[in-house]
Design a protein around this ligand. Structure first.
Ligand code: NI
Length: 196
């Protein structure tokens, strides 16, 4: 290894190990929850929808729902996931009308209810954009064991790194597993309809 390569190799290796550790911790946590060993993922929340109404976990009891965390300035991951969710809803048709997917911002300072509303209006109406004050968002981030971090950009702006997992919550409001969108929309739709 040249000294030049060595200078970059160590930080790069450290970063990779850090990311791997983070992913392992998440997977272990989520698997533990699926086995019912008592490590809770999810919990009570009360967040603001675009129309100013409050959406709570209790209103969603009785049918499965999906939860995804992100932010409207996201350049790639969030729009892709929301598109995949929209395609799944389209494949579900009216049979899936009782099902909601919550898009919860990790960037409440910029993502006001109006901005969230205008952003999700490009996607399926069953995707509900939710925000809240910093304390409410921090609480829900903690409950769902979401990783979210502000990353400064050169121009004084910032972006967010965040967990891109889609959470499947069961009819009882409890975490049922991560929901796979990396498959044909019809397959994801059938999976979710089978849980109604
Ligand atoms: Ni994103």
């Amino acid at each position: 290894m040249s000294p030049r390569v060595r200078r970059f190799a160590l930080p790069a290796a450290a970063l990779l190990i850090g990311v791997a550790a983070l992913l392992t911790a998440l997977v272990v946590t989520l698997q533990a929850e699926r086995r019912g060993s008592g490590v809770a993922v999810g919990g009570p929340f009360a967040l603001k929808a675009a129309d100013g109404s409050t959406v709570t976990d209790r209103q969603l009891l009785g049918r499965p729902f999906l939860v995804f965390f992100g932010f409207t300035h996201c350049p790639d991951v969030c729009p892709t996931k929301l598109f995949e969710l929209s395609e799944m809803f389209r494949a579900m048709g009216a049979k899936g009308d009782a099902v909601k997917a919550l898009f919860i911002t990790v960037d409440p300072e910029r993502d006001t209810p109006a901005i969230m509303g205008s952003y999700v209006s490009s996607f399926d109406p069953r995707i509900v954009g939710l925000t809240g004050d910093r304390a409410a968002i921090d609480a829900v981030i903690k409950e769902f064991r979401v990783f979210a971090r502000k990353v400064p950009l050169k121009d004084g702006d910032y972006t967010m790194e965040h967990t891109a997992l889609v959470y499947l919550m069961g009819k009882d409001g409890r975490f049922a597993g991560s929901f796979n969108l990396e498959r044909p929309p019809g397959d994801a739709a059938a999976d979710l309809l089978g849980r109604l």
